[in-house]
Ligand binder design. Structure first.
Ligand code: TPP
Ligand code: SF4
Ligand code: MG
Length: 273
């Protein structure tokens, strides 16, 4: 095992439950590198929802909570408000975050609550067998949209920004190095930081939607759909259609983080929390 694995993985929880070539392993590695670079492993609280992606924190030696489906941000809110010094990092699937957990998500963003939300977007409900998700592309075939998905998907980054998130970024599992740097930046951001990570799910999304079950081919496919945010600014709406705009999309470092604002208003120091 490599030194990072030795240092941070719960070896008694291995092997990973993920399918071979799943993007969640890359996201776990990118998170561990970010936490190691910042030297904050003792300050983090890692919260995972229900779904394949919700298992990412379970393998990391830290304070970890594996909570109800869609309730990561509800748990994170309680945790942050009672212990504002904690660096709360949330691992949530696209279904977990935008489907059942959609309401918690928009309100945590609206409050600019200090947490890092890593939303793994594999465009499908992976763990339960490939049902349509709020991120499933229009016309895509899944187990529950056999004739094609009649719904338009959410743009999670636009939603986060509109709701009040103060740091918004999008990468894919095919960009592990910038992803790790972004996660470090998001953890260092005081307010609500949202990182959407487009990840390959060869078993469900790959097979059902794209007819690609090879993880490497799926990664190449996703990479081919990306455009860096800077370059995308010069493209027309038509040229951007169907593309994934990657990079930092929004950053406001001025707005006061919620727990700080709350403790100031009630005249208490957050140290008394
Ligand atoms: C209250 C509740 N409703 C439904 C489920 C069943 N369920 C488990 S995971 C999941 C969806 C997982 O999809 P996503 O959040 O995108 O995570 P992924 O597995 O794709 O990483 C569902 C519907 C549940 N566990 N609890
Ligand atoms: S079903 Fe998809 S997301 Fe879940 S472990 Fe398998 S490849 Fe990964
Ligand atoms: Mg999913």
């Amino acid at each position: 095992m490599n030194p990072m694995g030795e240092k941070y993985l719960r070896k008694d929880s291995l092997p990973f439950l993920w399918c071979p070539g799943c993007g969640n392993g890359t996201i776990l590695a990118a998170t561990v590198r970010a936490v190691d670079q910042l030297g904050v492993i003792d300050d983090v609280a890692l919260i995972g929802g229900i779904g394949c992606s919700g298992w990412i924190p379970v393998y990391i030696k830290a304070d970890v909570f594996h909570v109800l489906h869609g309730r990561t941000m509800a748990f994170g809110t309680g945790l942050k408000m009672s212990d504002p010094k904690r660096k709360v990092i949330i691992f949530t699937g696209d279904g977990d975050c935008l489907g059942i957990g959609g309401n918690h998500f928009i309100h945590a963003a609206r409050r600019n609550l200090g947490m890092t939300v890593l939303m793994v977007n594999n465009q499908i409900y992976g763990m339960t067998g490939g049902q349509v998700a709020p991120t499933t592309p229009l016309a895509a075939k899944t187990k529950t949209s056999f004739f094609g998905n009649p719904e338009d998907p959410f743009d999670a980054c636009e939603l986060a920004k509109a709701a009040g998130a103060t740091y918004v970024s999008r990468w894919t599992a095919a960009h592990p190095i910038p992803l790790s740097k972004t996660i470090a930046e998001a953890i260092s951001h005081e307010g609500f930081a949202f990182v959407e990570i487009i990840a390959q799910c060869p078993t469900q999304a790959g097979r059902l939607m794209y007819g690609i079950s090879d993880p490497a081919a799926m990664l190449e496919f996703l990479k081919g759909k990306t455009i860096p945010a800077g370059a995308a600014r010069n493209l027309s709406e038509e040229e951007r259609k169907g593309k994934l705009i990657i990079g930092k999309l929004f950053h406001d470092s001025e707005k006061t983080e919620f727990s700080k604002r709350y403790y100031q208003m009630v005249g208490k120091s957050e140290k008394d929390a």
